[in-house]
Design a protein around this ligand. Structure first.
Ligand code: PRP
Ligand code: URA
Length: 209
């Protein structure tokens, strides 16, 4: 699929299988999501621009590579986005963070916003939006709409599981935003859940069901 990258590293696949299993505990689910986020973060940042800086090693001076440009922004779609966010901040501790509070109305499946806080200079930074699930894509489209209204122009969307329907809708709404995912599942069921999926990511992370 155009503009979609599936991160199919064996470790990602293995951990995702354990997360899908309904017998997996809340504690294990959270730990696995954090571990996978490290691997996904590695891929979504693979092509970041570098510049050099002069440093002195114990032996000699050298021009050594460092990341170019302003610090990244990780934009977490609450609640479940925080499961990816935490591991990503382990790898990129200097990143700025945006929070977008959205929940799916269970009847209409529309995304309802309840919170938004983002760095003011977001337009000068690469923004990586994180949410484990891309189902109907209502939440992802709303999150990116909101960030663009705030001024973001350079965005990527990172998730764990995507439905083909969600990918199609998201890439049609935001063709400029590449999608990174660990897997593309079969379809959405009549309640808008990804099949085979892993259930409700927020509930499984926080034990709320
Ligand atoms: C889940 C998930 C996404 C959304 C995906 O959140 O984390 O944000 O559903 O579904 P969509 O693509 O159809 O919009 P949910 O609304 O359940 O909120 P929560 O994270 O607070 O549980
Ligand atoms: N949100 C989830 O958490 N899981 C799904 O399968 C769909 C939306």
């Amino acid at each position: 699929m155009k503009n979609v990258q599936v991160v199919d590293h064996p470790l990602v696949k293995h951990k995702l299988t354990i997360m899908r299993d309904k017998q997996t505990s809340t504690a294990s689910f959270r730990r696995l999501l954090r571990e996978i986020s490290l691997l996904l973060c590695y891929e979504v940042t693979r092509d970041l621009d570098l510049t050099t800086t002069e440093i002195e090693t114990p032996l000699t001076k050298m021009d050594a590579p460092i990341l170019e440009g302003k610090k990244l922004v990780f934009a977490s779609v609450l609640r479940a986005g925080n499961g990816l966010l935490e591991g990503m901040l382990d790898l990129v501790p200097a990143a700025r963070v945006a929070h977008i509070g959205l929940y799916r109305d269970h009847e209409t499946l529309e995304a309802v916003e309840y919170y938004f806080k983002a760095p003011t200079d977001i337009g000068d930074r690469l923004v990586i939006v994180v949410d484990p699930m891309l189902a109907t894509a209502n939440s992802a489209i709303a999150a990116v709409d909101r960030l663009k209204r705030r001024g973001a122009t350079n965005l990527r969307f990172l998730c764990l599981l995507a439905a083909p329907e969600g990918i199609e809708r998201f890439t049609a709404a935001h063709p400029d935003v590449p999608v990174f995912t660990a897997a593309i599942d079969s379809h959405l069921n009549e309640k808008g859940y990804i099949v085979p999926g892993l259930g409700d990511a927020g509930d499984r992370m926080y034990g709320t069901k």
